[in-house]
Design a protein around this ligand. Structure first.
Ligand SMILES: [Zn+2]
Length: 453
């Protein structure tokens, strides 16, 4: 079966994975997990070793101590089941990014479970300090394409497939992933973010996409540069979607939905009502409480086998929405994906104890500053917070000082010991992930979130 047909087959199969009760969804996950964990432990030496060292049987996988992205990368060669070496993966992925040619693939090693099969490789942009590499096999790629198509094309799916679909991707690196469903009816235009903004804006207008996919900061920049498009859906990826960007993109281009995808997998997708649901038909989520309604996901991918993810802790922070969705899905709803963990700031509290300041608080404070178009807040030292403002004026500085000090005081930080420094915000180079609130690694260890009882 060719890629496009296989993707459509997976898209159709996805229609049967719409669970209306938690019980049905969880029973489906248990079924998949049993087979997945057994297969992965038999083929991935790294996963088998984790079960051994924890003294756990395969049926106890939910008690397995979580692993991290840094550990995944450190043990990459023993984790993947295609017998690939990280050095080869990085060499291919980096040369692809340099040459802007993303058609290269590796072949599974001869003695591996994927012997001779083409494996798509890619890199994540590594804003959180650890660059991630990903491996995707042929079937995984086809399933990915099918699931994405099913969730992104406006309903009804069958009749929508009869008309041409033109997808425009604005991405830092293409990744062979996206081309897998190329066909007569479905075409892809990859707009390379290394091109100058005016040129990209013109190319986007010329592409006339029915689906427009990209990071919100890039989409916003192209909109501001005069790009014209009237897609059925705008798909925000790779960055936190801020409410002001959503509003501008909806007014300028059309309805906006989000896809939450990372090196670690396809984690959440929009439903027919445009709301973001965890991709629980394919990924199992354990959620660690961080307090204040925030959760850190530990994922177990129930499908991926070339690069298995079993009890893998993500850096992202989720806020969930408990209200049922009109689409009827039992998959949990995501209200917000917060920045990476190292975007939480850490200041001393009044009695010297560390206080975590969530990025949300600073964003909310700075959103209240009149005339402020854009900003960056960066903690550069334990008691120093830089505020880079556009425009950087006496009035925006004064209002930002008031708002940020009030927000810091509300979190319990000792504002007497925090110096605010100001400067103008310079435009970020295209292709870099935008982080509005960040912390340079000035502290000995990552912040420990306070858990409210
Ligand atoms: Zn829904």
């Amino acid at each position: 079966m060719n890629d496009a047909l296989a993707a459509v087959w997976h898209a159709l199969a996805e229609g049967r994975l719409h669970f209306r009760t938690r019980a049905a969804l969880e029973a489906h996950q248990v079924r998949l997990a049993r087979e997945q964990v057994r297969w992965v432990a038999a083929h991935s030496p790294a996963v088998a070793a984790r079960f051994r060292s924890a003294g756990l049987g395969l049926g106890q996988w939910r008690s397995l101590p979580p692993t991290s992205k840094a550990e995944m990368m450190a043990d990459f060669d023993r984790l993947n089941t295609a017998g690939l070496h990280l050095a080869d993966v990085l060499a291919l992925a980096r040369s692809a990014e340099d040459q802007r040619d993303f058609s290269g693939q590796l072949r599974g090693a001869s003695q591996s479970a994927f012997a001779g099969q083409p494996i798509t490789v890619g890199l994540s942009s590594g804003t959180s300090g650890t660059q991630g590499a990903f491996l995707v096999g042929v079937q995984e790629r086809q399933r990915w394409a099918g699931v994405v198509l099913r969730h992104l094309l406006p309903p009804p799916f069958f009749s929508r497939l009869l008309r041409p679909v033109r997808v425009a991707f604005l991405l830092r690196a293409e990744g062979g992933l996206y081309r897998s469903v190329q066909s007569r009816r479905i075409s892809f235009t990859f707009l390379d973010l290394l091109r100058p903004v005016p040129e990209l804006a013109a190319a986007l207008t010329a592409a006339d996409p029915t689906l427009l996919v990209g990071p919100p900061s890039v989409l916003r920049a192209l909109l501001d540069a005069g790009a014209q498009a009237n897609p059925e859906r705008v798909v925000s990826v790779a960055e936190v979607l801020e409410p002001d960007d959503r509003a501008a993109l909806e007014a300028g281009f059309g309805p906006v939905v989000q896809v939450y995808q990372a090196t670690e997998g396809l984690l959440a997708l929009p439903c027919t009502h445009g709301n973001l649901h965890l991709n629980e038909a394919h990924v199992h989520f354990d959620l660690e409480p961080l307090g204040d309604g925030r959760w850190r996901p530990i994922i177990t991918d129930l499908r991926r086998r070339v690069q298995p993810m079993i009890r893998h802790r993500l850096d992202d922070i989720l806020q969930l929405d408990d209200t049922p969705c009109a689409c009827g899905s039992a998959a949990r709803r995501v209200a917000r994906i917060e920045g990476r963990q190292d975007d939480a700031l850490l200041f001393a509290g009044a009695s010297g104890q560390p206080v975590t300041v969530w990025p949300d608080f600073l964003r909310a404070a700075l959103n209240r500053v009149p005339e402020l178009r854009e900003y960056r807040a960066e903690q550069s030292a334990p008691g120093t917070l830089w505020l880079l403002l556009a425009p950087d004026l006496p009035s925006t500085r004064a209002a930002a000082t008031t708002e940020v000090r009030a927000a810091l005081a509300r979190t319990g930080a000792d504002t007497e010991r925090i110096h605010l420094l100001f400067g103008p915000l310079l435009p970020a180079p295209p292709g870099t992930k935008r982080r509005r609130v960040s912390r340079r690694s000035v502290l000995p260890s990552p912040p420990v979130p306070e858990v409210t009882p």
